[in-house]
Design a protein around this ligand. Sequence first.
Ligand code: NAP
Ligand code: G4F
Length: 341
Amino acid sequence: MTLPVALITGLTGQDGSYLVELLLQKGYRVFGLVRRASTFNTGRVDHLLDTFDTNRLEFLRGDLTDGSSLARLLRLIKPGEIYHLAAQTHVMVSFEIPEYTADTIVLGTIRLLEGVREVGIQPKIYNACSSEVFGNTPPPQNEHSPMAPRSPYAAAKACAYHCCRIYREGHRMWIANGILFNHESPRRGETFVTRKVTRAVARIKLGLQNKVMLGNLEAHRDWGYAPEFVEAMWRILQQEEPDDYVIATGDSHSVLEFVEEAFGYAGLAWRQHVEIDARLIRPLDVDYLLGDSRKARSKLRWQPKTSFKELVHIMVDADLKRERILLEGTAAHHGAGLAHL
Ligand code: NAP
Ligand code: G4F
C-alpha cells in the first residue's frame, strides 16, 4: 500500500513539530525541510527518529531563500500535500530584518509555488497566514475583516496570502490559507511572550533568576493551544475545494493577564519580578486580536478544547519540569536526525 506523502516546511518549529506527529499517527510518509544552522536545530523532532525509520520520516536540507533547493526537493518527493510553515516568524525582529523577513515569507512562498509549477505536480498546499495581518481592525476578526498590517512581518504575510490566492485562481492550484491566531505550547520559541514568561516563572521559582523584562502588557491576544491548531491545518487540506479559514479560540486576554495567571499559578507575586524595558516596545503593535472562527467550526468541524488558564498551566508545568531536568544535568542530547546531512 502506498502511503500519502506530505512535505512540511518549518518542520523544526513549534507547529511543524506537532504537525509531523499528527501526520505520522495518521499514516503519512513525511518529509521535512531543515535549514542549515550552526547548532543543532532539530530538538523539537529528534524524539520521533527513535520510533519512525526513514521510510516514514526524513529530514532534507533546504532553505526558503534558495529556490533551487525547493525545486529539487519537490522533484524528489512529489508530495500530495504541502504544509508551508517556514518563515521568519518574530514580529519585533521583522522591524530589524525586514528584507530577510520578506525574503522568507513573500519570496519563499513564491519560490515554493513556482517550484510546484516547474515540477508539474498538483499537491494540496496549506499556507500559514497569520492574524497579525488584521492589525488594528476592530475585533472580532474573521475571513472578511480588512487586512491592515502593522509590521514588516504582517505586511509580508498579507502579501503571501494574496500570492496564494492569485496562484489558486490564476493557475488553478489547490492552495488554502490558514489565518491562525496566536497558538502556544511548551514548544513555543523562548522569545515569544508566553514562553518567555512561563520560562521565567519556572526559573524564578527554582531560584535561577529573579527578574524578567517585558514590553507592552496591554496588548490582547487570542491564545490557543498549538497541537489543536495543527489539527485544523490537516482538516483544511482534507476539504474537496481550497478555501481560507480563520482559526482561533474566540477568547482574548491581555499580556498582563497572562503574566498574572502564570506567576499566580506558581505562587509568585509578579510585581516583584516583572520590569518594563522600553527596548521591547514595538514601533507599532497590534492592540486587540480576537478571532471569529465560525466558518472553521461549521465547515471543518474544528473547535478548540484547551482554555486560557489550562494553556498557561500546561506551559508553566512543562517549564518547571524542563528547568529541573536541566538543573540535574540530565538533558537529552539533540541532533540525532542530522547525522546524514
Ligand atoms: P517557529 O516556531 O518560529 O518555526 C519557524 C520554522 O521556520 C522553523 O522550522 C524554522 O527553522 C523555519 N525557517 C525559518 N527560516 C527559514 C528559512 N530561511 N528556510 C527554511 N526554514 C526556515 O514558527 P511557528 O510558531 O511554528 O509558526 C509556523 C508558521 O505559522 C509560521 O509561518 C508562522 O509565521 C505562522 N503563524 C504562527 C502563529 C503562532 O502563533 N505560532 C500564528 C499565526 C501564524 P529553525 O528551526 O531552523 O529556526
Ligand atoms: O508573543 P509575541 O511576540 O507574539 P505576536 O507578536 O502576537 O506574534 C505571534 O503571533 C502571530 C499571530 O498573531 C504570529 F503570526 C507570529 O508569527 C507570532 O507567532 O507578542 C505578543 C504580544 C505583543 O503585543 C508584544 O508587544 O506581547 C507583547 N510583548 C510584551 N512584552 C512581548 C514582550 N512580546 C515579546 N515577544 N517579548 C516581550 O518581552
